[in-house]
Design a protein around this ligand. Structure first.
Ligand SMILES: Cc1ncc(COP(=O)(O)O)c(C=O)c1O
Length: 413
């Protein structure tokens, strides 16, 4: 199969019979015991996507619980300071869950209810996925279990407190690097043993094909809103537009871009920013921008950081949400087709970007979107004033206040 994007079809639906994009990325590398639950979930989801009542319910919660649309604002001070392209932000973090994860948590909980399951489980790194699932599960009367590496439990204490407040059980994961990659593995192991009664929610556009689809379907709400907001602000889609998003697993970036993938890349450039790790270390969490090789992780084939034996490699990032050795098959496909380009920002660059943005503007991006702001800050001065850069500010910094204070000596909310 040639690596070509089909116009007019959502990218989440452009996989083949084996659940692979371009015949190369994604798929279902799963144990035999999961074949039936995954088949059932695929059937249910494809039915629900055509179900008027399900769509009405989804839209009701997006509007009345998330508060959609989230703001789209011009960062006047930052734009003047940088002296080039206009810099705008889609402030997705302005929702009760303070991150984009709220969209897929709502959709997954609606699916769990339709399938008659009373238990949900998920993985979390930055704690945003855990916090959002705990919140939404509580609202929908579901019991919630969250797997989190102990390293992330230490770094993201604030979100752990919120998860527990909403009654979720937080399961500390002590294996491997004790971060997101191990949390996802542990959550999948739990689901394999309990899939009759538990609905699993994967925190990003990763995992077996159906989980990539549900996550991308949910976060697409962000670009649907942005499209309307661009027309409201400019009367049209700007002729020079750059959409910048951080990329961990890639759910936020896919959701921010999905409505714009069919546009010409000379009009709308899609730029994904991965975590480059510390300047002092060789480790990073940026498989796409470092040309990592194809590997299989968490049920899918994708570019993965690997050691010389092909084992999943070590990663490092100050930002727990981006600290993952692989990436969504959707982004591997977007990279190989040339539709999106991927770069990385270091921990230090992200911290400096956080400092500049939070001091100049009334927004406070978490460390994950601060990576995208870092790239925006370096690009804007080189671009013309009629270029519009829009950054997805997909998470709020409150969860990172201790890390930021320890690195910068202050924290501005
Ligand atoms: C605020 C925030 N942004 C980005 C990410 C990275 O995930 P993804 O690439 O799936 O959006 C996370 C993950 O936890 C997050 O919490």
């Amino acid at each position: 199969m040639s690596l070509k994007i089909r116009k007019g079809v959502p990218l989440i639906d452009q996989h083949d019979r084996n659940g692979m994009w371009g015949g190369k990325f994604g798929g279902n590398y799963i144990p035999e015991t999961l074949k039936k639950p995954i088949d059932d979930l695929e059937k249910l989801f494809s039915k629900l996507r055509k179900d008027k009542k399900f769509i009405e319910e989804r839209d009701y919660y997006f509007k009345n619980y998330v508060g959609s649309p989230t703001p789209f604002i011009r960062l006047d001070n930052l734009t003047d300071y940088l002296g080039g392209a206009q810099v705008w932000a889609k402030v997705v973090s302005e929702n009760p869950g303070t991150a984009h994860k709220i969209y897929s948590c709502i959709v997954h909980c609606l699916i769990a209810k339709r399938s008659g399951k009373r238990y949900v489980c998920t993985d979390t790194g930055a704690g945003m996925q855990g916090k959002n699932l705990a919140m939404v599960a509580k609202k929908f009367g579901l019991k919630c279990k969250i797997f989190m590496g102990i390293r992330d439990i230490e770094r993201q204490q604030k979100n752990v407190i919120v998860m527990k407040k909403y009654g979720a059980e937080v399961v500390p994961v002590t294996s491997g690097s004790q971060t997101l990659v191990d949390a996802v593995s542990e959550c999948m192991r739990y689901w394999v043993a309990n899939c009759d009664s538990v609905h699993m929610v994967i925190g990003s556009t990763v995992g077996p094909c159906i989980f990539v689809k549900i996550s991308g379907y949910s976060t697409s709400q962000i670009s649907r809103e942005l499209k309307v907001q661009l027309f409201e602000e400019f009367g049209k889609i700007p002729s020079k537009l750059k959409l910048l998003n951080c990329v961990g697993g890639g759910s936020s970036a896919y959701g921010f871009w999905s409505e714009f993938i069919d546009y010409d890349k000379n009009q709308i450039e899609l730029i994904g920013v991965e975590a480059g790790g510390s300047k002092k270390s060789k480790l990073h969490a940026a498989p796409l921008s470092n040309n990592s090789k194809l590997g299989i992780l968490h049920g899918a084939k994708a570019y993965c950081i690997q050691d010389s034996d092909g084992q999943i490699g070590e990663t490092e990032s100050l930002s727990s949400g981006l600290d993952y050795p692989s990436v969504s098959p959707l982004h591997c496909f977007l990279k190989d087709t040339g539709r999106a380009r991927y770069t990385s920002a270091t921990d230090e660059e992200a911290l400096n970007a956080y400092k500049l943005v939070s001091e100049m503007e009334n927004i406070s991006p978490s460390l994950e979107p601060s990576h995208a702001f870092a790239t925006a800050i370096s690009l804007a001065p080189k671009l013309s004033k009629d270029t519009v850069i829009c950054v997805d500010s997909c998470g709020h910094s409150l969860k990172d206040s201790e890390i930021i204070k320890s690195k910068l000596g202050f924290y501005t909310e």
